[in-house]
Design a protein around this ligand. Structure first.
Ligand code: 5AD
Ligand code: SF4
Length: 425
């Protein structure tokens, strides 16, 4: 989401303010830091980063802080650092060219109207493009700061999304990644009287664009994975067979405390349903360990889901207390206690080790498998062409760079650790 917001910010500045990009901060007239606030650690790094840029920047260069930490800390950033010229929240991206001309202000409101998502567009890659389909989140997961920083969920009108997708494909894009905090809740709320369609219908309409080869999306919510969605996902040949399913915890008790809205059984049932229709399906997940009150038994439930689903990718985190969340309030008033750091750290290690084991076993099964690969880049050092399978696996092949942009069938011939090497068919 931040990457896409950065693309929008850059496009606005290039088109309206004649800026160009530089990789050298010492040369920059404007330094923007696009921040995340989902866990505490990156937030803490912000002020040291501001200090470093302030030291090396040109004398009259401006510094702006954007993104979720901007939304969450707002004015506080200006108070803490004299070097910052402006603060622009994650939901205010479209105002970048206005705030640029102000000094020492913070714009972090989370109201919305059509202007929230009407801004210039630029895509870093021509082959693959990202499109936001919704902004914000209506869920209230008790650990999560995002509803506070990005505001209520609002769906971007389908006709705007389709227009953007067609424009991308006309410019050579083969693969589109649809983005939202909760993509499969698409259509729940529009800012005006826009055409009402749901995520399944949106996927279907986008897939009808001639010349578009692949559609991916992130993140869907396990709760909204109904049969209608699963059927479209399974049967639409342009929809890639890789899905991110953030589990968070395998324990129904902890899921209830997290207010995720589903149980361990529901999650496993949705996986089973999808796997019965798509045997080759690749599934990724996010897991939080050490949520307050997580017992050994709860953690074993998480390991159990890990072993049953055998996720292809895993992002795992130790619970981090965030302000403006329900869990933080419960901790403050003593209703629940933080787990000791040692236990949480150990659980993370156990989880990651178990996942590594599973990955090695699953990767070994890839030998001899055939995948359609969209080639994206060339590794000059090893003379290997790199691309992703429909199931989002990184595959490398001995072939020339002239195949970049093509989708070719590749047979896996070698497995080097986590790397898959193949031969063109
Ligand atoms: N602590 C740890 N991890 C968190 N995430 C969100 N909030 C927290 C938190 N307070 C994780 C979730 C989410 C991912 C983007 O970040 O797993 O899916
Ligand atoms: Fe956060 Fe939950 Fe919304 Fe995801 S669904 S952004 S975890 S509140």
């Amino acid at each position: 989401m931040n990457e896409r917001d950065s693309e929008h910010i850059i496009a606005e500045l290039e088109e309206k303010e004649n800026y160009t990009l530089t990789k050298n901060p010492k040369e920059a007239d404007l330094i923007l830091i696009n921040t995340c606030s989902v866990r505490e650690k990156p937030e803490k790094k912000l002020f040291s980063e501001i200090g470093q840029y302030a030291k090396i920047k040109k004398e009259d260069a401006k510094i702006g802080i954007c993104g979720c930490t901007a939304s969450h800390l707002g004015d506080e950033i200006l108070k803490k650092s004299k070097a910052v010229n402006f603060v622009l929240g994650a939901r205010n991206v479209s105002k970048i060219s206005q705030i640029l001309h102000k000094d020492r202000v913070a714009w972090v409101d989370i109201d919305y109207d059509d202007s929230t998502y009407v801004f210039s567009s630029k895509h870093n890659s021509t082959l693959k493009g990202m499109i936001n389909i919704s902004i914000g989140c209506d869920k209230q997961c008790t650990y999560c700061i995002v509803p506070h920083t990005r505001g209520n969920e609002i769906s971007i009108p389908a006709d705007l999304i389709l227009k953007e997708a067609k424009k991308l494909v006309d410019n050579g894009t083969k693969e589109i990644l649809l983005l939202g905090q909760n993509v499969n809740n698409y259509g729940r709320r529009f800012s005006n009287d826009h055409r009402k369609i749901n995520f399944t219908q949106l996927l279907n309409e986008i897939s009808q664009i001639n010349g578009l080869e692949r559609i991916r999306f992130t993140s869907p919510h396990p709760l909204h994975m109904d049969d209608e969605f699963i059927n479209e996902f399974a049967t639409n040949p342009k929809v890639c067979k890789a899905i991110h399913m953030p589990l968070q915890s395998g324990s129904t008790k902890i899921l209830q405390k997290m207010k995720r809205g589903y149980s361990k059984e529901w999650f496993l049932d949705r996986v089973a349903k999808m796997r019965s229709l798509i045997p080759e399906l690749s599934i990724g997940t996010d897991i939080i360990v050490g949520f307050p009150t997580e017992s050994e038994e709860d953690f074993l439930d998480t390991l159990d889901v890990l072993e049953k689903v055998r996720f292809d990718t895993l992002y795992s985190f130790i619970y981090s207390t965030r302000p403006h969340t329900q869990a933080a309030t419960w901790l403050d008033n003593g209703e629940i206690q933080l787990l000791d750091e040692e236990t949480a750290k150990n659980r993370l290690i156990i989880l990651k080790d178990k996942h590594k084991e599973i990955l090695a076993q699953e990767n070994a099964k890839q030998l001899g498998k055939i995948h359609p690969v969209l080639f994206e880049s060339y590794d000059e050092e090893n003379l290997l062409l790199e691309g992703r399978s429909d199931t989002n696996k990184l595959i490398r092949v001995k072939a020339g760079r002239n195949l970049i942009g093509e989708i070719c069938n590749v047979k896996i011939s070698e497995i080097k650790g986590a790397q898959l090497i193949g031969e063109l068919l």
